[in-house]
Design a protein around this ligand. Structure first.
Ligand code: 5AD
Ligand code: SF4
Length: 470
């Protein structure tokens, strides 16, 4: 058994260089071969991508996926720790899993970011004894071993490490889409925003080698993929840990040369966003003009308390520069309300920034204290109702600008990559514009996987309607 340790989780190595190794296949316990598995993923795109690896490994060991948990012999919850409600969802779901386990012999495991928290491990050990195994973000590639040990020893198997982190190349993946793929470019995070648990759950910032990334994109293109999304917690810091003169701008240009139709990248941090990168976005034909640029707060006092390393003036400068240089850009953001010490005046400054930026969209959250993060120790005396009211006021503003941004596209022709049948109306298709706007599309032909010209016929707050034009 190995339990996480938040002090270890904070440590960074002096050389800051990660060990890179290839995935090693291990035979899974015979009792699982030919059986069905059920994986449920919570959280960010990085976690979604890990979910694809979990499925890929299980498939490579002879299991098949089911989306009906009652058919499964093994259930894995791939969890998120970023806010308390992510925890609540998992613990709620575990109640259902427990009932199932009373009627059937199944294996239950938890992985992802939650096991990286000591308090979660303690709770699972004391109150959720029916959970068979847990592993964390650093030993995903050891999943089969952890499962095998839990079967062999017939006891709860907990293997969670807190460490700077390595890079495992070549894990099998069962991708959710055959059109658009995630590609990790950077793991972990060194920014240590005071509210955020990610640097503790996912380790130090470490970049993958650019040649490995380009090779992966070339391979995806060969397989027929139309789009890649380059993933990292702070993609603008890509390369800083391993190269002196190779950064995100170089990477975008190199990935662009592969000729894959669409390249996206998330998440950007204003701190490392250089002019060179803005130029690369504008100049590379395949790089999409969509930038997710979290502002988090609009008051300099709160930004400082958050350790965001920019002022609202610096953010606005960068924001305006991107708007000016990148034609038809879509810029979205993340905002936290109710951070400890946020006064009404501070919150008003956030609203002012939203008015100035007129974001195309935003994800908004109420601050959630996270175990062992610096902000969790700050005095927080704003009542819950006030925080909720702030969130409500913020959302009204965000929705207004998001609607306006969509209205501007009404009657326009947009290039849309069609990903699937529309969830809302199965007689339609759904896809995204270059600027990452969701469009539900009328078409007589099956257009899945194609980039089509779509006339926008209706604009709503969160989506567009359109029809294919030749
Ligand atoms: N409380 C609320 N929101 C948070 N985020 C990260 N940590 C917290 C927290 N403790 C938000 C940030 C980040 C997004 C992924 O989640 O806005 O950009
Ligand atoms: Fe959640 Fe952060 Fe982990 Fe992603 S990295 S799953 S957002 S805690």
């Amino acid at each position: 058994m190995h339990l996480p340790d938040m002090i270890e989780a904070k440590k960074r190595t002096k050389t800051n260089e990660a060990n890179i190794y290839d995935y090693v296949f291990t035979k899974i316990d015979e009792s699982l071969v030919g059986k069905k598995y059920f994986v449920r993923t919570y959280g960010c795109q990085m976690n979604e991508h890990d979910g694809e690896r979990i499925k890929g490994v299980l498939e490579s060991e002879g299991l098949t996926e089911t989306d009906n948990i009652e058919e499964a012999s093994i259930v894995i919850l791939n969890t998120c720790a970023v806010r308390e409600n992510a925890h609540d969802k998992v613990f709620g779901y575990l109640g259902l899993v427990k009932k199932l386990k009373e009627t059937k012999n199944i294996l239950v495991g938890i992985c992802g970011c939650m096991p990286q928290e000591k308090s979660v491990c303690d709770l699972i050990m004391s109150k959720y004894k029916y959970v068979d195994f847990m592993f964390g973000t650093h030993n995903l590639d050891q999943m089969v071993n952890v499962i095998n040990e839990s079967i062999k020893n017939k006891k709860q198997e907990i293997e969670v490490y807190s460490m700077p982190g390595n890079i495992c190349e070549g894990m099998p993946e069962k991708k959710d889409s055959k059109i658009s793929a995630w590609v990790d470019i950077q793991l972990g995070c060194d920014k240590f925003c005071t509210y955020c648990i990610i640097p503790y759950t996912r380790g130090m910032q470490r970049s993958r080698r650019h040649e490995d990334i380009v090779k992966e994109v070339e391979e995806l293109k060969k397989q027929g993929y139309k789009e890649v999304t380059l993933l990292g917690q702070n993609v603008n810091a890509y390369g800083k840990d391993i190269y002196d003169d190779y950064n995100l701008a170089n990477l975008l240009r190199d990935v662009d040369k592969t000729g894959i139709d669409r390249i996206r990248f998330v998440t950007s941090h204003p701190w490392d966003f250089t002019d060179e990168m803005i130029n690369a976005i504008e100049e590379c034909p395949h790089v999409m003009p969509y930038i997710h640029l979290p502002i988090q707060a609009g008051s300099n006092k709160i930004l400082k308390l958050m350790n965001r390393s920019y002022t609202k003036e610096e953010y606005l400068n960068l924001y305006n520069k991107i708007r000016e240089k990148v034609a038809n850009s879509t810029i979205t953001t993340d905002i936290i309300v109710g951070f400890p010490g946020e006064t009404n005046e501070d919150f008003e400054e956030t609203l002012e920034m939203v008015d100035k930026c007129k974001f195309d969209g935003a994800y908004t959250f109420i601050y959630s204290p996270r175990e062992n993060t610096p902000a969790a120790k700050l005095k927080d005396d704003t009542p819950k109702e006030i925080k909720e009211e702030r969130l409500h006021r913020l959302n009204e503003k965000i929705n207004k600008y998001s609607n306006e941004s969509n209205q501007r596209l009404l009657g326009k022709i947009e290039e849309v990559l069609v990903l699937n049948i529309s969830e809302k109306d199965t007689s339609k298709y759904m896809g995204y514009t270059r600027g990452m706007k969701l469009v539900n599309i009328e078409s007589n032909e099956n257009i899945i996987g194609q980039i089509v010209n779509v006339e926008i016929t209706e604009a709503k707050s969160f989506s567009l309607d359109g029809k294919v034009v030749k």
